[in-house]
Design a protein around this ligand. Structure first.
Ligand code: HMG
Length: 390
């Protein structure tokens, strides 16, 4: 059975921080960010636009009424969860009006878990061919003001509908994961921001890529010549570029090398304007590739490198389906330009705001701009979400 991504949607916050402004404020050379990290801007989310509202917005942009009536599983992959018990997927299920007889769960392993969610979704559809699974990768990447990771923050969600006979990408069966117990990036329950061994994390990312890709090629008797594009987890685009250079085979025909290079450049366009969105960043790379590449055709194979600190990596692949272009949007980069530009002072205030609860567990918030959904208030420790105009 052919199973894969039938639809893909994206949402990010309505506010943005320009890297040049951050560089000026932190006394850094702007080229350190624009050339050293390949980042131009970071999406900044206010307290009322969290992983649930962003995830619901991303999904809302692709779902029809028929989809809402037939989705039977909702998975939210995240590492910036808002609750230790209740799954974000339950809130999202409710906000989207999905039929009640559905399973809703949250999955975690740093930036990797959306890939595990895709695997689970695929197995579910394989067993129940009429099923539709909504996989949402949703995160807000916060390292803290004036930390080394500050320049690689971001916020956003990617939503994917997984079905049989998909309209965008058929997932192939060949996948290979690797697990390594390392401390490159982690966030204990008592901390709102992660602990990071930055340089070590980049080395691990690249080594997990190299070793998984080598083994993948051996096990499945394949090589780069079989692929039209390679998408990477994008903590910041420069690291993915290093990964791309690591796997590039210089003995390939120049034409193929150029095609892969061009497609790599297209896969990082959105990330450059948004920053790291953890679980969603690999899939944001796919969206950016599909919406900007001029050379992809149905039947092209795409490889994916998923990486989550801690660490789990996976390489998987998929094949583009006839008519995939009809499921995409041409206006995404223009829409990103419409975000409200924040000064560094405003960003520090908005991005790191924490709810101030009264004795009864109530909190209210300023009226920030969000997408179609917002966190309206906290009432007796319960997060109350709704449509912005209700
Ligand atoms: P840093 O101290 O900001 O930067 O740390 P740096 O000094 O290493 O410089 C960065 C690059 O800019 C270097 O390029 C410099 O040479 C260059 P490279 O040598 O690496 O090619 N540079 C300049 N270029 C042009 N003009 C200049 C200039 N100055 C310097 N004037 C670091 C960077 C990534 C360590 C930091 O931002 C960080 O800790 N980020 C968070 C961790 C991270 O993103 N790690 C990535 C791998 S782990 C991962 O992917 C998982 C993750 O997504 C989490 C999860 O799984 O949940 C993070």
């Amino acid at each position: 059975m052919k199973i894969g991504i039938d639809k893909i949607g994206f949402a990010t916050s309505q506010y943005v921080l320009q890297m040049d402004d951050l560089a000026q404020s932190r006394g850094a050379d702007p080229e350190k960010f624009s050339k050293g990290l390949l980042l131009n801007a970071l999406s900044i989310s206010p307290i009322t636009d969290d992983i649930i509202t962003l995830g619901a917005s991303a999904a809302d942009s692709i779902l029809t009424e028929e989809d809402r009536a037939s989705i039977d599983m909702v998975i939210v992959a995240t590492e910036s969860s808002v609750d230790q018990s209740k799954a974000a997927a339950v809130y999202v299920h409710s906000l989207l009006g999905i039929q009640p007889f559905a399973r809703s769960v949250e999955m975690k392993e740093a930036c990797y878990s959306a890939t595990a969610a895709l695997d689970y979704a695929r197995l579910h559809v394989d067993k129940h061919p009429e099923a539709k699974v909504l996989v949402i990768a949703s995160d807000i990447a916060k390292y803290g003001a004036e930390t080394p990771g500050e320049s690689t923050q971001g916020a956003g969600s990617v939503a994917m509908l997984i079905t049989q006979n998909p309209h965008i990408l058929e997932l192939n069966d060949n996948t290979l994961a690797q697990t390594r117990d390392i401390m490159d990036f982690w966030r204990p329950n008592y901390s709102t921001t992660p602990y990071v061994n930055g340089m070590y994390s980049t080395k691990q990312y690249l080594d997990m890529l190299k070793t998984t890709w080598l083994e993948y090629q051996k096990r499945f008797e394949t090589s780069l010549t079989d692929f039209a594009a390679f998408c990477f987890h994008l903590p910041f685009p420069k690291l993915a570029l290093k990964g791309f250079n690591k796997i590039m085979d210089k003995s390939l025909p120049a034409e193929l090398q150029e095609k892969l290079q061009e497609n790599f450049e297209n896969s990082i366009l959105y990330s450059k304007q948004i920053g790291n969105i953890y679980t969603g960043s690999l899939f944001l790379g796919l969206l950016s590739l599909l919406e900007n590449s001029q050379n992809l055709v149905a039947g092209d194979q795409i490889a994916f490198f998923s990486y989550g600190s801690g660490a789990v990596a996976e390489i998987f692949t998929g094949k583009l389906v006839e008519g995939f272009q009809n499921q995409l949007k041409a206006s995404r980069l223009r829409e990103l330009k419409e975000r409200i530009v924040l000064s560094v002072e405003e960003y520090e205030k908005i991005f790191f705001e924490e709810a101030v609860l009264d004795e009864a567990g109530n909190a209210s918030f300023a009226n920030y701009k969000t997408g179609p959904f917002a966190l309206k208030e906290i009432r007796e420790h319960q997060r109350i979400y709704g449509k912005v105009n209700d």
